[in-house]
Design a protein around this ligand. Structure first.
Ligand code: GTP
Ligand code: MG
Length: 138
């Protein structure tokens, strides 16, 4: 059993898509073991996306991530990291498979509705970035 970290991004919370996105996770066999709706600070967004600091879209990405509330979650299940990325679909919705969250809901490569960890190490780091142990109930 594996855990991964997910963010429902501001473009999705603003359009009232939180429940529809969570249903996609649950339908794929992922269990929500931690969840909270927060307004990220600029410092949090810059810290969370520090690996992308040198990318040309970094400023735009941080501005977007603090433009409204997000829902941060821990998802648990068999192969949770890969399963979640499968349900999310490709980063750019134009390349995302039918039925994926990004195909159905994303607006653009930037405003792409969800984030999901890409490896066990990043999943562990990202979970710790937003959650204390007692906030995760398996
Ligand atoms: P995450 O799950 O969010 O990490 O997405 P990813 O792994 O599919 O994409 P990547 O790590 O390459 O990029 C992180 C995030 O940066 C993406 O989810 C987008 O929100 C944003 N991003 C990536 N490329 C672009 C771009 O060309 N323009 C803008 N504005 N944002 C981008
Ligand atoms: Mg990524």
């Amino acid at each position: 059993i594996q855990r991964t970290f997910s963010i429902i991004k501001p473009d999705a919370t603003k359009r009232n898509l939180t429940g529809k996105i969570i249903s996609k996770f649950e339908d794929a066999g992922l269990r929500i073991v931690a969840s909270k709706r927060i307004q990220m600070t600029r410092e949090q967004a810059e810290g969370f996306y520090a690996v992308h600091k040198e990318r040309p879209f970094f400023g735009e990405l941080v501005d977007f991530m603090i433009s409204g509330p997000v829902v941060v979650q821990v998802l648990e299940g068999e192969d949770a990291i890969a399963k979640n990325r499968e349900v999310m679909g490709a980063t750019n919705p134009e390349n995302a498979d039918a039925g994926t969250i990004r195909k159905e809901f994303a607006l653009s490569v930037g405003e792409n509705s969800v984030h999901g960890s890409d490896a066990p190490e990043t999943a562990a780091e990202e979970i710790k970035f937003f959650f204390s142990d007692d906030e995760i109930v398996g």
